[in-house]
Structure formats: structure tokens, C-alpha cells
Design a protein around this ligand. Structure first.
Ligand code: SF4
Length: 376
């Protein structure tokens, strides 16, 4: 259900071509510089590969955080063929710290598919792009519009907020931040198609990027900067004096607390015992200190004993972090081997140098850093 409050007020729906014109005029020079962007309207369009990587990295991550990751990635894996030949561990290492590691695995999978089916050239048709691993409707729209200047719509949290305010649309709280709101997709399509009709060499590319920038810099969730917005005269929420009423806010679900226990064990050469997370779990393939999830010390002691590890008493340190709806605290205790521990490719002792080259989960990097500070 979607409610258009302008239907009952005196304010008429602004014409999409006027909105498109205003946003294109605003975008350049107001655009945020980003290394994957081309801001010269006469210049070549940016590469689809670079836009693809940037869009996947930007999911749940701020632009400022993504920039160094993107630069490092493009330097190491400058094209799709190089990426397709890379080992998964190398790709994950480049992604380390960004989280949601399946995104990186899907990129690798898609790159290999592109090499097999499209001779290493990123496809151009939206239906081919959306069929690639890890690419949804938003990302396909972003790549098609930004890199190929096609009139393809985009809808994310920023665009939902901007369009809901612009047209005074109220949508149910449950869908306010999702990408499933069909009326918003329709509006977004109408707007980018209007941008396509304007005489501008990068109309669709710049228009969609303008919507992204507007939502991120001016039409922000808590304090929209309407005084500097090019759309004030067209904006229903501004005219009504209540931009913060759109879209309806979603109440965040309460966090579930979880406690994990990790074990810190060094051998006679000072090497640290680490284990690899198994397939089928979050962050699989990543390394960490041996750990048991959602457990108390006594139960952990018995579980570790089954693989010949002795969990000691006396907390060494702890770290807390949030993942989706969980607030997780990892408690680190000293540990020893009882002499019969069987090491293999998923459980081994590594030196400091070896550890630096391996992908390690963010929370366990923090634990290791704390231990390094304690010991040296
Ligand atoms: S006028 Fe204000 S509420 Fe309306 S689009 Fe601009 S920043 Fe957002």
C-alpha cells in the first residue's frame, strides 16, 4: 500500500522532466568526486567493471571506507580476466574488513562466468547483468545507467527517502527501507526515462548518480538540508513543512546478545594456533582463533577437550561487535595443547608473518592485536 498525500492537498505532482533537468544541473558541479566516477559530461563513460566493484563494495558501507579498498582492488585486479584467475583466498584478503564476504565470493564467481560466457567483457543487457551472481535489481540498474547511460531505474534507501519526500508518499514501515517498493521503482523509471530525453551526453548516468548524492548529502534521514536543495519548489514534503514524516520510520528490532569463547594458544616457537571457518557458515574460509559460539566456559572446556585442547581460566581480553541482529561478545581465554592435538589444513600454528597474509575475521584481528599489545 502506498499513500499519496498530495492527492488531498493543493500541491500538484511535479513533472518528471523538470525534476530530471534540475537534478542534472545540480549534479555537476555538486557531485562527490569518487575514483570510479567520470564527471566530465563529454568524457568517456566509466568502466562497467569499476562501477560493478564499487557498487558491491558500497552495499552497507560508506563511500569514504570504500575508496581505499576499491583503489587497492583495481590495482591488484585491474580487469575481469585477472580477477577470474585469482585464488579465492586472495580475493577475500582484498575484501578483509568490508564484511559480508559472500559479496566477494559472488564477484569472483561472476567474473569467471563472464570469462566463460562473454569473453571477459562485462555484459551490457540488464537481463544478462541481473543474472550474474550477487547482482540484484538495484546493482544492475546502477551499472546499466552509470556505465552504459541506459534509462534503468535504481531504488535503495536513499532513493526511497528522496522520492517519498518529493512526492509526499507514505509507505508502510516494513518496506520503508527495503528495495521492494514497486511504486517507487515505477517513479524512478519515469524519472530516468525523462533524463534520457534531455539533450545531455550522460543524462541517465548523471541523473541516477545525482539521486544517490542527493539522498546521501542533502536529503538525509534526520536533517534534510532543504535550504540548499535544488528541488525545494517542487518538493511536496518541503511545501507541507514536514520532510521528516517521510518515509515512515522503521523501528529497529532489539539486538540479541550472544557470547562466544575463544582460546589463545602458542607453541614453543611462539606461533599462534588458528582454525579455518568451515563451509556453510558466515565468513567461511576465514581464519580465527579456535572458538565456540554461544557457549559458557564450563561447556566450552569440555568441547575443547574433545579435540585435545585445554581451555584455561583467567580472561585475557574480550571484544564486542554487532552482526545483523546479534550483539556478540567474544571472550578470550588462555589454552594449551595436551600433546595429542591433530593439526591439518584447517587447524594449524602460524607465525606473525604468516598471519598477516591470511584473511582473518575482523573480531579476531582485534583480539590478536590486543594480545600483541599485552605481550610485547
Ligand atoms: S526540499 Fe528537502 S525534503 Fe525535499 S527533496 Fe530537497 S532536501 Fe529533501
Amino acid at each position: 500500500m502506498i499513500i499519496n498525500s498530495t492527492q488531498t492537498g493543493n500541491f500538484s505532482k511535479p513533472a518528471p522532466e523538470i525534476i530530471a533537468e534540475k537534478l542534472l544541473t545540480w549534479f555537476n558541479p555538486a557531485a562527490r568526486p569518487m575514483p570510479w566516477r567520470t564527471l566530465d559530461p563529454e568524457g568517456p563513460l566509466p568502466s562497467a567493471y569499476g562501477i560493478w566493484i564499487s557498487e558491491i563494495m558500497l552495499q552497507q558501507t560508506q563511500v569514504a571506507t570504500v575508496i581505499p579498498y576499491w583503489k587497492r582492488w583495481m590495482k591488484t585486479l585491474p580487469d575481469i580476466s585477472t580477477l577470474a584467475r585469482a585464488r579465492e583466498e586472495e580475493v577475500i584478503k582484498l575484501w578483509e574488513g568490508l564484511g559480508y564476504y559472500n559479496r566477494a565470493r559472488n564477484i569472483l564467481k561472476a567474473a569467471r562466468f563472464i570469462c566463460t560466457h562473454y569473453k571477459g567483457i562485462f555484459p551490457k543487457h540488464p537481463e544478462e547483468i541481473i543474472a550474474l551472481a550477487g547482482i540484484g535489481r538495484y546493482t544492475a540498474g546502477a551499472i546499466c545507467s552509470i556505465a552504459y547511460n541506459l534509462p534503468c531505474p535504481i531504488v535503495d534507501g536513499n532513493v526511497i527517502r528522496l522520492l517519498c519526500r518529493l512526492y509526499a508518499l507514505s509507505i508502510p514501515a516494513a518496506t520503508a527501507s527495503s528495495k521492494t517498493s514497486e511504486p517507487i521503482w515505477q517513479l524512478s523509471a519515469e524519472l530516468v526515462q525523462s533524463a534520457d530525453k534531455i539533450h545531455h551526453p550522460m543524462g541517465c548516468s548523471f541523473f541516477n548518480q545525482a539521486m544517490m548524492d542527493m539522498g546521501a548529502t542533502l536529503c538525509t534521514p534526520q536533517s534534510p538540508d532543504c535550504n540548499h536543495c535544488p528541488l525545494t519548489k517542487l518538493c511536496s514534503a518541503f511545501q507541507q513543512g514536514n520532510p521528516l514524516d517521510y518515509p515512515l520510520r522503521k523501528s529497529a528490532p532489539p539486538l540479541i546478545r550472544r557470547e562466544d569463547i575463544a582460546l589463545y594458544c602458542r607453541d614453543s616457537k611462539g606461533r599462534v594456533l588458528i582454525s579455518r571457518r568451515p563451509p556453510g557458515v558466515r565468513n567461511h574460509g576465514f581464519w580465527q582463533l579456535p572458538m565456540l559460539e554461544e557457549i559458557k566456559w564450563e561447556a566450552a572446556y569440555h568441547q575443547f577437550a574433545k579435540i585435545n585442547l585445554i581451555l584455561g581460566k583467567g580472561l585475557l581480553c574480550k571484544v564486542s561487535h554487532n552482526i545483523t541482529r546479534y550483539q556478540i561478545t567474544v571472550f578470550l581465554y588462555p589454552g594449551q595443547v595436551d600433546g595429542k592435538l591433530s593439526l591439518d589444513e584447517n587447524l594449524r600454528f602460524v607465525s606473525e608473518e604468516e598471519l598477516k597474509a591470511l584473511p582473518v575475521t575482523h573480531s579476531h584481528r582485534k583480539l590478536l592485536k590486543k594480545m600483541e599489545e599485552k605481550l610485547f
